[in-house]
Design a protein around this ligand. Structure first.
Ligand code: SF4
Length: 380
């Protein structure tokens, strides 16, 4: 671990029609950052790839810190690249990298190295503004505090990615949204492929179809948002409602690039108290229509109440019932929802029923969600 002192930067302000958005960077705050576990980079190879993408190897990119900024000796310190996440749906991925075509899941012990671990590379900008994610100041934490984005030289981000690879982790570009740093992410992905022979993962809102197409050769998996039906997606993503259909269509196109290209696809949909079964049925129809289901998983994410956003929280049991109904109508599509009580962190559904790895499930037993324990679903 290294501690880097960062100089002050101006805050970034840009205008959207009818709204001024402000990105808080480390303006006058003299924030240092603690960048997790860096590896050695091949400077010449990196310079050549950057030249190809017409970027400076050391140009700063905005990164979101993980957790609270701490203070030590009067100095504020943010933790960068400290977050890891498991790829939860891997219990339905078979040995040749496709999803099980039968209604069965692997136990964690059956997976060669357990659930794959991703190192989350959180970029600090996004091209949309979902009200439950950012309000006025791009990003806030659970307490409503503005999360200050930190400018970090790209070469240091790459070094963090190399370190992640050396620890057996998968680099996952996330955010914010990595689509805001297209050339930078393409360059890092190319470097990791060329120098280390490894692929990356992305978590993306679906808007960058051509960017994902360019990344595809170096992509092992992608989480792509499909946040709502066309008439609601604009509201959910904080864009004009008349742009909703285009955003919806783009997400489907982006999904198709991933799954038809043979990379694992995790479509992610937030579920609110007002989300109807019919809406989810329509999403299921389109997901199945455009994607190769051998590579496609669909995660329902329960909306967790956010300060300043009065959207209704969905009732977990009702959502599970909705999932069973939709799953029954689209029996070839794997569905999942985060479930803390499951060891792998995910409850799986297929062909209308919850799939357990027990013999009972194989025999067609419909497990009752949450039965016999006090567990609650993990926030989406
Ligand atoms: S797409 Fe993701 S990062 Fe961007 S505003 Fe929405 S929730 Fe936040």
């Amino acid at each position: 671990m290294h501690l880097y002192k960062e100089r002050s930067y101006d805050r970034v302000i840009w205008l959207l029609p009818g709204k001024e958005w402000t990105m808080f960077t480390n303006v006058n705050s003299n924030i240092s950052y603690d960048l997790f576990g860096q590896g050695e980079i091949n400077v010449d190879a990196w310079a050549a790839i950057c030249a190809h993408h017409n970027i400076d190897p050391h140009q700063p990119v905005l990164m979101l810190p993980h957790g609270k900024t701490t203070t030590a000796g009067g100095q504020k310190i943010s933790r960068i690249l400290w977050e890891v996440r498991k790829l939860y749906f891997y219990q339905v991925v078979d040995t040749i990298g496709q999803l099980w075509s039968a209604s069965r899941i692997s136990t964690i012990d059956e997976l060669p190295s357990g659930l794959p671990m991703t190192r989350i590379i959180s970029f600090g900008e996004c091209n949309v503004s979902c009200p439950y994610c950012k309000r006025d100041c791009q990003f806030r934490d659970d307490d409503g505090e503005v999360i200050v984005s930190i400018l970090v030289p790209l070469s240091q981000v790459l070094a963090g990615c190399v370190g992640a690879h050396s620890r057996g982790e998968i680099v996952r570009f996330s955010g914010g949204d990595p689509v805001m740093f297209r050339r930078e992410t393409e360059a890092i992905a190319e470097y990791l492929a060329a120098v280390h022979g490894t692929k990356v993962s992305i978590a993306h809102n679906g808007s960058g179809t051509s960017w994902v197409k360019r990344l595809l050769p170096n992509l092992s998996s992608a989480a792509i948002d499909l946040k709502a039906v066309p008439e609601k997606i604009g509201m959910v993503m904080g864009i004009k409602s008349e742009q909703g259909q285009a955003m919806y269509t783009r997400s489907l196109a982006t999904q198709a690039v991933v799954s038809q290209g043979g990379a694992l696809l995790d479509v992610r949909t937030p579920v609110f108290g007002t989300t109807s079964t019919d809406e989810m049925r329509r999403l299921a129809y389109d997901i199945c229509r455009v994607n190769d289901l051998r590579y496609t998983f669909w995660t329902w994410r329960l909306y967790k109440a956010v300060q300043g956003c009065d959207w209704e929280v969905a009732e977990k049991d009702r959502v599970i019932e909705q999932m069973q109904r939709v799953s029954a109508e689209f029996p070839d599509l794997w569905l999942g929802i985060r479930a803390k009580w499951q060891r792998g962190g995910m409850e799986y559904l297929r062909a209308g029923r919850v799939i357990d790895h027990s013999a009972d499930a194989e025999a067609g037993y419909d497990a009752e969600i949450g039965s016999g324990n006090q567990a609650i679903l993990a926030p989406g």
